[in-house]
Design a protein around this ligand. Structure first.
Ligand SMILES: CCCCCCCCCCCCC/C=C/C(=O)SCCNC(=O)CCNC(=O)[C@H](O)C(C)(C)COP(=O)(O)OP(=O)(O)OC[C@H]1O[C@@H](n2cnc3c(N)ncnc32)[C@H](O)[C@@H]1OP(=O)(O)O
Length: 289
């Protein structure tokens, strides 16, 4: 792991909410993030993503997320995580475009490798992962939902979800496409991916990219209730089953990850792509005004 300097506004919060176990909240500060590990309810941990303004995946944010997930995974008292956003504007805006614009090939290589690492850690996690999606998530912003075991989306027209890469003139990586196919099926994925569809809540539910749509103020309570159902299953049986179903998909990335990195680096280093990226970033800033 690279050494990371402290940064403001970046972090993950595991919010205490009157835990039943009576355990005191443990608070520790690690490098860039403050992690308040405490018990909320049994062994489920709410993990709130906070990389203002839109939870885009900067290298620093990805690295911290991986570290925090590893801690939770190794702490045998935790059996599940509810992942949500603590940024009002988005669940996640996906790849932080500033990480892949105007940098050098070594940086692009490191960035893509860490993004793959996060995907692998999430996709093969032994924990029950529930995405409580309380904001838009497009393209790379779907990484966490697509690798989760269950997805709950807030019923708000702004909460669009989908792999819209083709609309940006790019193709979704195969390791984004594969989980989508596993979730919504082949034909629906062909349709969604080629057209770069971003689904509003009702359509997202209909196509199956999310499992439940509820009013925004019920996303957390619904996630808790779903988690309770999942935790009623013995861990070892559920974990073996999850691994059996997901391993073939994960193995594809493990097997092809070096080639995938090379492809990404050569693609992103092209002048034409760098120009498009600069224009897209400028457009995002203009839209704000
Ligand atoms: C032509 C584009 C080419 C892209 C080439 C990419 C190549 C990648 C190779 C292959 C990778 C494929 C897999 C993954 C791909 C991705 O994830 S690409 C990123 C996809 N995400 C988006 O396109 C989301 C863009 N953002 C938005 O739509 C909106 O910001 C929002 C999330 C819906 C929030 O809207 P709003 O509340 O109106 O806030 P804004 O004012 O728009 O944004 C606030 C600030 O955040 C900055 N920002 C937004 N998204 C990103 C981002 N992805 N990376 C970096 N920064 C981002 C935005 O510029 C604003 O900044 P300031 O103006 O400085 O406040």
């Amino acid at each position: 792991m690279p050494h990371l300097p402290p940064a403001q506004g970046l972090g993950f919060r595991m919010r205490p909410s009157g835990g039943k176990s009576g355990r005191p909240a443990a608070r520790s500060v690690h490098g860039v993030s403050e992690v308040s590990a405490s018990w909320w309810w049994w062994s489920q941990a709410p993990l709130q993503l906070k990389n203002l303004p839109v939870n885009s995946f900067s290298l620093e944010f990805l690295t911290e997320l991986i570290i925090n997930l590893e801690k939770l995974e190794n702490d045998k008292t935790f059996r599940g995580i509810i992942i949500t956003s603590d940024c009002p504007k988005a669940f996640s805006a996906g790849v932080d475009l500033r990480e892949i614009c105007g940098k050098n090939p070594a940086h692009y290589t490191e960035y893509w490798k860490v993004l793959q690492d996060l995907w692998l850690r999430l996709y093969l996690s032994n924990l029950v992962l529930i995405s409580a999606i309380n904001g838009p998530c497009a393209a790379g912003g779907c990484l966490i939902p697509l690798t989760s075991d269950y997805r709950i989306l807030a019923d708000n027209p702004k909460c669009l979800i989908g792999l819209n890469e083709t609309r940006l003139g790019i193709s979704a990586p195969f390791w984004f496409k594969d989980p989508l196919v596993n979730i919504i099926g082949h034909r629906a994925s062909e349709h969604a991916l080629q057209l770069g569809l971003l689904f509003p809540p009702a359509e997202a539910l209909q196509v199956g990219i999310v499992d439940k749509v509820v009013p925004k103020d019920q996303v957390q309570s619904t996630a808790l209730s779903v988690m309770t159902q999942w935790l009623a299953i013995p861990d070892h049986a559920r974990q073996l089953t999850k691994n059996m179903i997901r391993k073939p998909t994960a193995d594809l990335l493990v097997k092809h990850r070096d080639t995938d990195i090379q492809n990404f680096v050569s693609f992103i280093s092209r002048d034409s792509i760098q120009k498009s990226l600069q224009m897209y970033l400028a457009k995002l800033k203009q839209n704000k005004d």
